[in-house]
Design a protein around this ligand. Structure first.
Ligand code: URA
Length: 213
């Protein structure tokens, strides 16, 4: 599937992304294509030094075609605002571009994407990374970290650490949806961890902007 990206090589960044988004919109590489309303490719500044990688669209994202528009998205906005960033300052995408869902009690409920679905979608994420060439990647949650950093990544043990992924400074933190599920002391701990991680990411983002001049 490397040829997918080679076929859009040589065009400018927006054109490469537009072509990838077009390919995603008609993708049938896995069964997630069967039930989707919209594909969710990614949004934000394709020239940002910072890319955020989440897990995948849920019900709200599937309905709108935009990443992180539900409750987790609202918390993501607050996390970014804690370091004076907005969605427009970064590029946001996911490891899979279609909603993973399963029938439960007569209705479709969001579920984690399966390994085969993540693998099928990976060339699109790699294409986005190659086009955008971010200086820093922040993975949101374990599945994103396992996909981008290391298959054996353990989010509770390994979050908040820097990894070199093909020359890109990469970190993982807890997924906003995970934070929302915590209560009491666990909620405080999870929030403190994410806020600490995002400060470290922001410092690298600033450094990248300064170096760019
Ligand atoms: N959770 C994700 O990981 N991505 C989204 O786009 C929305 C919720």
């Amino acid at each position: 599937m490397d040829s997918l990206f080679e076929s859009v090589e040589g065009e400018n960044r927006e054109e490469r992304l537009a072509e990838l988004a077009r390919q995603v919109s008609v993708c049938t590489r896995c069964d997630l294509a069967l039930n989707r309303t919209n594909t969710v490719f990614g949004t934000g500044d394709p020239y940002s030094p910072l890319m955020l990688v989440g897990e995948g669209p849920g019900e709200n994202e599937d309905a709108t075609g935009l990443p992180f528009v539900g409750r987790a998205g609202k918390l993501l906005d607050d996390i970014l605002a804690a370091v004076d960033l907005t969605r427009q300052d970064v590029y946001i995408t996911n490891i899979v571009k279609c909603r993973a869902a399963a029938q439960e009690g007569g209705r479709l409920k969001n579920r984690q994407p399966r390994t085969g679905e993540i693998r099928a979608c990976n060339p699109y994420l790699q294409g986005q990374i190659e086009a955008i060439k971010p200086r820093v990647i922040l993975c949101l949650g374990g599945p994103a970290a396992k996909t981008v950093i290391d298959k054996d990544f353990k989010i509770t043990k390994d979050r908040g650490k820097w990894y070199d992924v093909d020359g890109i400074k990469t970190m993982a933190t807890f997924h906003p949806a995970y934070v929302l599920r915590q209560r009491g002391d666990d909620l405080d701990r999870a929030k403190r961890a994410v806020w600490k991680d995002v400060q470290a990411v922001y410092a690298e983002y600033q450094k990248a902007l300064e170096e760019r001049g």
